[in-house]
Structure formats: structure tokens, C-alpha cells
Design a protein around this ligand. Structure first.
Ligand code: LLP
Length: 454
């Protein structure tokens, strides 16, 4: 269990603790569903990546995995860069006071407004995903009238097939990110030839939840093979941004490479493809997301119902599910489930843990082993939910998104508050919410009365 759980997890007197606090108490204080981040675990991960890669590598956190102001400040403190993929993520990072120079903007369909904002804010790097984007950028720069020009990287789609869920594979057949080496090479020549922008390097992100280190070596080699014949298009130190993708463990016994093994695999690929001799000076950039934050986080739910299922055991229905974690439905993701109110109880019965949403697919865990005396009001923890869970949450069925709490050394800090019904309704202009003043008029009874057939 210990690879799946956050580092500060302990059990005493029948109760599970994280960050020195009983999880049941955290749930009582902040309500559920609740995302709890073990700050010590997170800081350890940031430090392990730094130790594995050394000071020269551009460690870049992939914001799409989970983003909030408190996290961005930790990243800044530890010298990380951040990759953002929308105006919204860019805005969050900026408002957290992060240096725009250390931001990489990704996206396969960036809007003109997003490009303009990125240029106006002075982001350090923009990754070019398609050939027309150079023109989009030129227009954006003219519209902003800014002197600042972000460095550019071209995104490469290489002929590899990572072993992972097909929905999170981003290179090879059937994928739509980046450009083939031939197209990317012509874009690189065009950018370098025009001399308007600095073409800093190349980017490859092969996919997510990748367990095989050899795949990372192949990605590194593909980057070298692409850059070498075009070496003169790039500056003296060319940037090799090899994306993210390192897997996180979700179930007990699941083995994944450590940050060190990941770094060694990338270095081996660079070395074997002759990076030093063929490229001269280069700088490595990596963009891990999941492997940084997944196991620092867990979700707490309260059980609202326990009931027999016709011929299929028993169900525990919790107060969240599909809206705060769509991963089981989307990817068949599988998680451990622990009853933190009865941590010392023997897990002697299996339950189907279901969410509160109106779909048979809203199953948190199809068969969770838990103490037989688990009852309504107990708090369940789902570890490994720090990445792509809160970030992918929705308001389905009118359920607001959960709060997020950072815990460390006996203190809990609410860093994102729970969404209220007012938050949910704020954009509905006909309801007279805060936004209504700008757009909508109150709807009169006459206006909503059905018109009579003439
Ligand atoms: N860089 C780029 C350009 C990416 O698109 C991604 C993830 C990353 C870095 C970070 O990859 P990571 O280290 O987190 O694997 N929603 C899916 C995961 C989608 C990943 C999208 N791109 C899930 O819940 O499994």
C-alpha cells in the first residue's frame, strides 16, 4: 500500500492520519467530497525529480494534472517551470505571481486571444503544434504590438506506440498532436529562415501513464534524430523538451519507474543516439504532471447509503463520484478504497462503491474490500487521486466541485474552497446572479407564459 499512499499516512487508534491529522477530522471540518494533498509528499516528489535530473534540466510541471495557486508557489520556490494549455491555466499561474518567463504554452488549438495574451504576458516558450500557427503568432504579435517574442519549440509526432490507454497516447497512428518529422522540419526551416522568432528547440510528448523506461529512451533518440540534420536552425544550446508521461501507481503492487530511473532512461536515449556529438550543446526539459502529484492526493467521501444489490452483493453510495472523478468512467481507472473511520478493521467484505450520479457507470470501485461493519457516515479515502481528478471535475447533476486542502505537520490549509450553489448558478443570466447585471434582464412572467396558438 505504501507506494500508493501519501508519505505522511499513518494509522493509530483505528484512525488514518495524513499530515499529522486524522482524515475523519479533516472531513468533518471541511466537508466531503474533499481533495487532500499531502504537502510533504508533494515536496518530496519535487525534490526527487530535482535530484534525479540535476540543476541544468528544465523541470516543468504539467499544470493540466492539477493546478492551484498554492501549488504554483511551491513550484516557483523550487525552481520549476510550468506548462499551461489554455488562457485559464495561464491566468491562474500569472495571478499566483509566477514568472512568465518560466511558462511554456502548449495546445493544439490555441485561440488568437490566447496567443495574444501569452505574448502580452511575456511567456517564455510557445510550442508550435501545426504549420499555420506561425502565421497565427505573427498576427497575435502584431495585434499586441509587443516587443517580446517567446521562444518557439516545434512539436513532433513520432512513430512510436507507447503501451498505455489509447486515450492518453499522443504519438503514433491515430493521434492528432504535433507534426510529422517532415512537416515539422519544414516549419523549423521556415521559422529559422524568417529570423523573426527564436526557434529554441523541439518538443515530444508521447503519452501518459507510461511504465516502460525504454519508451522514454526512444523518445529522446527521436528528438536527437530530428534536430541533428537541422542543427543550424536552432541556437547554440538547443532545447529538447521530452514531455511528461511517467506513470504513477494506483493499485497495491503496481510497479512504476522512479524519477531516477526515468531520468536514466532519457539520458540513455540521448547518449545512445549520440546527442553530444551530433548536437553539441543542448538543454533537457521534461514535463511530468501525474507522477508529481497523483500519490500526494487522496479524495475523501462520506457514505450516504448502504444497500443490498439484487444478487450482486452490497453497494456503498458516497457523496461524490463521476463529477469529481471521471477517470473510472473515461479510462476504466481502478483505485484502492480505505475506510479511514475504521482503519484497524479487517477488510473482510467486498462492496461496490458507487457515486451519487444518475448513471450506472458512476462506480468509484467495483469491488472494494472493506470492514464488514462499514456504515453510513463513515469516511472513505481514495488514494492516488491527486492527478487528473480535481482538474477534470465537472458540475454534473448540479454538484459543485470539491474543496482542496493541503495538510502538513498537523496543520490543514484550505487552498481551494468548495463550489457553492451560488457559484453553480453565477453564469446563468436569467437567474439574476452576479453576472446578470452585465447581460440579462429579469424575465417577466408574461415573457415565460406559453403563447396561445393562433
Ligand atoms: N506535456 C504535455 C504536452 C501533455 O499533454 C501532458 C499530458 C503532459 C506533459 C503531462 O503528462 P503526465 O506526466 O501527467 O503523464 N486525463 C488523462 C491524462 C491526460 C494527459 C494529457 N497530457 C488521465 O486522467 O489519465
Amino acid at each position: 500500500m505504501n507506494r500508493v499512499l501519501p508519505v505522511s499516512w499513518t494509522e493509530s487508534e483505528g484512525r488514518a492520519h495524513v499530515g499529522g491529522l486524522a482524515l475523519a477530522d479533516i472531513a468533518a471540518r471541511f466537508g466531503t467530497p474533499l481533495v487532500v494533498i499531502d504537502q510533504r509528499h508533494l515536496e518530496n516528489r519535487l525534490a526527487r525529480f530535482r535530484a534525479a535530473f540535476g540543476p541544468a534540466t528544465g523541470l516543468t510541471y504539467a499544470g493540466k494534472a492539477f493546478l492551484c495557486g498554492a501549488l504554483v508557489r511551491l513550484l516557483a520556490r523550487d525552481g520549476w517551470l510550468v506548462d499551461v494549455v489554455s488562457g485559464g491555466e495561464l491566468e491562474l499561474v500569472r495571478r499566483a505571481g509566477f514568472s512568465m518567463e518560466n511558462v511554456i504554452l502548449h495546445g493544439n488549438a490555441k485561440s488568437a486571444a490566447e496567443l495574444e495574451r501569452a505574448i502580452a504576458y511575456g511567456v517564455g516558450r510557445i510550442v508550435i503544434d501545426h504549420p499555420d500557427e506561425v502565421n497565427d503568432l505573427r498576427r497575435a504579435a502584431a495585434a499586441v504590438g509587443a516587443g517580446h517574442r517567446p521562444d518557439l519549440l516545434v512539436r513532433l509526432n513520432v512513430d512510436l506506440t507507447p503501451e498505455t490507454h489509447e486515450k492518453v497516447r499522443t504519438v503514433g497512428p491515430g493521434t492528432h498532436f504535433g507534426m510529422s518529422p517532415a512537416v515539422a522540419a519544414s516549419v523549423a526551416r521556415r521559422i529559422a529562415g524568417a529570423g523573426e522568432w527564436c526557434l529554441a528547440g523541439v518538443h515530444i510528448h508521447a503519452g501518459s501513464q507510461i511504465r516502460d523506461p525504454a519508451l522514454f529512451s526512444r523518445v529522446a533518440a527521436a528528438a536527437v534524430d530530428f534536430v541533428a540534420p537541422l542543427r543550424l536552425c536552432f541556437p547554440e544550446t538547443v532545447e529538447l523538451d521530452l514531455g511528461g508521461g511517467l506513470a504513477a501507481p494506483y493499485r497495491v503492487g503496481e510497479e512504476v519507474p522512479s524519477p531516477r530511473r526515468y531520468a536514466e532512461a532519457l539520458m540513455a536515449g540521448l547518449h545512445r543516439s549520440g546527442a553530444e556529438a551530433r548536437l553539441g550543446a543542448y538543454r533537457l526539459i521534461v514535463e511530468p504532471g501525474r507522477s508529481v502529484i497523483a500519490n500526494a492526493g487522496l479524495t475523501l467521501y462520506t457514505i450516504h447509503a448502504r444497500k443490498p444489490l439484487d444478487g450482486a452483493g452490497e453497494a456503498l453510495a458516497v457523496d461524490g463520484g463521476l463529477s469529481d472523478n471521471p477517470r473510472p468512467s473515461l479510462y476504466g481507472a481502478s483505485y484502492e478504497v480505505l475506510n479511514v473511520s475504521r482503519a484497524s478493521g479487517e477488510a473482510d467484505r467486498t462492496f461496490r462503491v458507487v457515486g451519487r450520479h444518475c448513471e450506472s457507470g458512476d462506480v468509484v470501485a467495483p469491488s472494494a474490500a472493506l470492514p464488514g461493519d462499514t456504515e453510513v457516515g463513515d469516511v472513505l479515502a481514495i488514494p492516488g487521486t491527486g492527478a487528473y481528478v480535481f482538474a477534470m471535475s465537472s458540475r454534473y447533476n448540479g454538484v459543485g466541485r470539491p474543496a482542496v486542502v493541503f495538510v502538513r505537520d498537523g496543520a490543514a490549509r484550505e487552498v481551494v474552497r468548495r463550489e457553492t450553489d451560488d457559484d453553480l448558478l453565477a453564469c446563468d443570466l436569467s437567474l439574476g446572479g452576479p453576472g446578470a447585471a452585465r447581460g440579462a434582464r429579469p424575465v417577466s412572467a408574461a415573457a415565460v407564459r406559453p403563447s396561445r396558438a393562433r
